[in-house]
Design a protein around this ligand. Structure first.
Ligand SMILES: Nc1nc2c(ncn2[C@@H]2O[C@H](COP(=O)(O)OP(=O)(O)OP(=O)(O)O)[C@@H](O)[C@H]2O)c(=O)[nH]1
Ligand SMILES: [Mg+2]
Length: 246
């Protein structure tokens, strides 16, 4: 890994013990109707319209437990789209979401409904659709991803049992290096505090915060030209802002 030039005013990143985070930038991604907007409200307290389709990215900010939290909500992709046929406007908004919280999100929350109606069980196709749409953003986005289960109050079993029984959810969590959290529709301060704690841990665990955050924007041979261009836009934004990452 190469270390990018960082502004000389940036303080050294302290990894041990876990440094508290004062600013958190999050993007919510997921299929239509899984509860992204409501999850945004649960995290921030309010700000997103839910119960109707989100048609473009929306950014909201709030001070939560002393942390400046930015959440970007996105339009969901339809469950019935065949793989590789997500409409261009959804792809465009998915890509735009990460540009709305410069210099880039700390975490991408993959919102998944914990229990689906019977006609929408979590099949391999369902998981692959999630992976396909997430990969549109960047191939290394999984380094920043966490599964966020909604409808937690309907689970009926504890989450570990649920994951044990649901192989597709398990595979998704494995792709996110074991990171997941469960939300319910009711605001629960300790659940939000726990979510932030998990993100803080994940951020601090990365080998080098600066490199890793830049890593999201670093072009890889596997990235499409469009993704590379977006990463370059971020790179120049970062250079202009002369800010620290994190
Ligand atoms: N009981 C319960 N209902 C939820 C939960 N999360 C979302 N809902 C309901 O599910 C419906 C859809 O929620 P939204 O947050 O609008 O879903 P979305 O993912 O933003 O939908 P799109 O913007 O269309 O992609 C709403 O009627 C919510 O009230 C939850 O955790 N528990
Ligand atoms: Mg929505």
């Amino acid at each position: 890994m190469t270390t990018p030039a960082s502004p000389s005013s940036c303080p050294a990143v302290n990894h041990s013990p876990v440094s508290p985070i004062s600013d958190l930038r999050l993007v919510l991604l997921g299929r239509k109707g899984v509860g992204k907007s409501m999850a945004g409200n649960t995290i921030l307290g309010a700000g997103f319209e839910f119960g109707k389709p989100t048609e473009e990215c929306i950014k909201r900010r709030a001070d939560v437990n002393g942390i400046k939290v930015t959440v970007v909500d996105t339009p969901g992709w339809e469950w019935y789209y065949p793989l590789n046929s997500t409409p261009n406007w959804v792809k465009r908004e998915t890509l735009r979401s990460i540009t709305l919280c410069p210099p880039g999100p700390h975490a991408i929350l993959l919102v998944v409904r914990s229990l689906l109606p019977v006609f929408l069980t979590c099949t391999e196709a369902y998981r692959k659709a999630i992976e396909y749409n997430v990969n549109l953003v960047a191939s290394d986005i999984w380094e920043h991803a966490m599964v966020l289960f909604t409808w937690g109050e309907t689970l009926g079993v504890n989450i570990e049992q649920h994951i044990q029984r649901n192989g597709e959810h398990r595979k998704l969590i494995e792709k996110c290096k074991g990171r997941y959290h469960v939300l319910t529709s009711k605001k629960n301060n300790s659940s939000i505090a726990k979510l932030f704690e998990k993100m803080n841990e994940a951020i601090n665990k990365r080998d080098d915060l600066v490199v890793t955050e830049l890593g999201l924007w670093r072009c890889k041979p596997s990235d499409s030209e469009e993704i590379c261009q977006r990463k370059q836009v971020f790179q120049s934004h970062k250079n202009n802002q002369k800010t620290c990452f994190g």
